[in-house]
Design a protein around this ligand. Structure first.
Ligand SMILES: [Zn+2]
Length: 401
């Protein structure tokens, strides 16, 4: 991936003078080469001059004029000749297609605003004083020019250009960025427990609430769906209602996605290692327990609450699935590690290493954890997240052998 950067330069008075002279001389090289092509084109022989022919003369031109043309980078002069060549290529292309093209024009020195260096290190050097706090760029014939590097340059610098805009001087870089940059190591590890009341709890005692707007939109969606069900078939009202439901659906999906992205990004920025519950195992073990029917041995009562919980659960599961997919992909490109662990017993095991007592009684309510062996008390989801982290680290260590 190629990225461009543009930074303001702060040349000294002498350097600004030299930069102006560099532009002036490149301009006259451009115009001279243009003149040569013009003359050849207008000559009865209709000779055409190529970039290769002009580039071959550079050595001579430089030797002939050491004070001016000989002072600047050979490669930057080649780049200027190539720019002219491009202008001609465009001209001939338009001639061929039957347009009325303008012949390439001479440039006034004020209309010649840039010099290109095709390769960093050849006639120029980006970050020429790396030991210094101030960033500089060196140009042949100019020296080390201070740069306002307002953001870091990622990757290997390929090309460097000098640009004049009004009274300001800029350096423009293109850099080849190795696919997504890994984030700096933080030394932090975390476990997460995905819940209903909160979207997730982490092992440091933090909570990420469910998307609030999402809930409001979900209520609207429910109302719209009910309105839709009351509409007559093939009526105008029905068509409108269908559109409204679709719009709300889209909005809910969008909000959930935004929330998932933001939550995943926060986690990936802060932690090198993230452990979460394996949703597939979780779905198998945490399904609502069926209620036995006392009148009919072996039968089960239909349980409204369980059905409702099941519905909520499936909605949440969809959200978590999306979230985990996003988390995993963000982590991968940032060089972070994500591990899924078996969630069984994570909510009923005492997280204190010296205790570790496992019992369903450790969780007297949905939110509280109270170890019946050692008395340790905490939010149940925080305990869950802590145990998820521990299991994740065990898996990681086992994997690393
Ligand atoms: Zn305990």
């Amino acid at each position: 991936m190629i990225r461009a950067y543009k930074f303001l330069m702060r040349p000294t008075v002498g350097q600004a003078q030299a930069l102006s002279e560099m532009l002036r001389d490149h301009c006259s090289l451009y115009n001279g080469a243009l003149q040569e092509r013009r003359d050849a084109y207008r000559h009865v022989s209709k000779t055409s001059i190529t970039y290769g022919m002009q580039s071959a003369q550079l050595k001579e031109i430089r030797a002939f004029d050491p004070e001016r043309q000989g002072r600047w980078s050979f490669s930057s002069q080649q780049a200027t000749l190539r720019r002219l060549d491009k202008a001609f290529a465009g001209f001939f292309r338009r001639v061929k297609s039957g347009d009325k093209p303008g012949y390439p024009r001479f440039r006034g020195v004020n209309w010649f605003g840039a010099v290109d260096f095709p390769k960093d290190g050849d006639g120029c050097r980006w970050d020429s004083t790396p030991h210094d706090r101030v960033t500089r760029v060196r140009f042949q014939g100019v020296g080390h020019v201070k740069v306002n590097r307002h953001r870091p340059v990622v990757g290997k610098v390929k090309t460097v250009s000098v640009k004049r805009e009004g009274k300001r001087w800029y350096v423009v870089l293109t850099a080849e960025q190795a696919e997504p940059e890994p984030l700096p190591v933080t030394g932090s590890v975390v476990g997460i427990d995905m819940g209903i009341a909160n979207f997730l709890a982490d092992s440091n005692g933090g909570f990420v609430p469910n998307p609030r707007h999402g809930r409001r939109a979900a209520a609207k969606l429910e109302a719209a769906q009910q309105a839709l069900s009351r509409c007559k078939r093939r009526s105008n009202r029905r068509r409108k209602a269908v559109r409204k439901v679709a719009d709300l659906h889209r909005r809910v999906r969008r909000q959930r996605l935004d929330h998932a992205h933001k939550t995943a990004l926060d986690l990936v920025r802060q932690h090198d290692f993230i452990a979460h519950e394996d949703l597939r195992i979780r779905n198998m073990v945490k399904a609502p327990a069926p209620k036995p029917d006392p009148d009919q041995p072996g039968g089960f009562l239909p349980n409204g609450a369980a059905a409702k919980a099941g519905l909520n659960k499936s909605i949440n599961d969809a959200g978590w699935g999306v979230f985990l997919t996003i988390l995993t992909s963000k982590a991968e490109s940032a060089g972070r590690e994500v591990i899924a662990v078996d969630p069984r017993n994570t909510s009923r095991t005492c997280p204190r290493p010296e205790c570790g007592y496992v019992a369903a009684k450790n969780r007297p309510t949905q939110d509280t954890f109270h170890c019946v062996a050692c008395g340790h008390t905490a939010h149940a989801d925080t305990v869950g997240a802590t145990n998820v982290l521990r299991a994740g680290l065990v898996r990681r260590n086992a994997r690393q052998g």
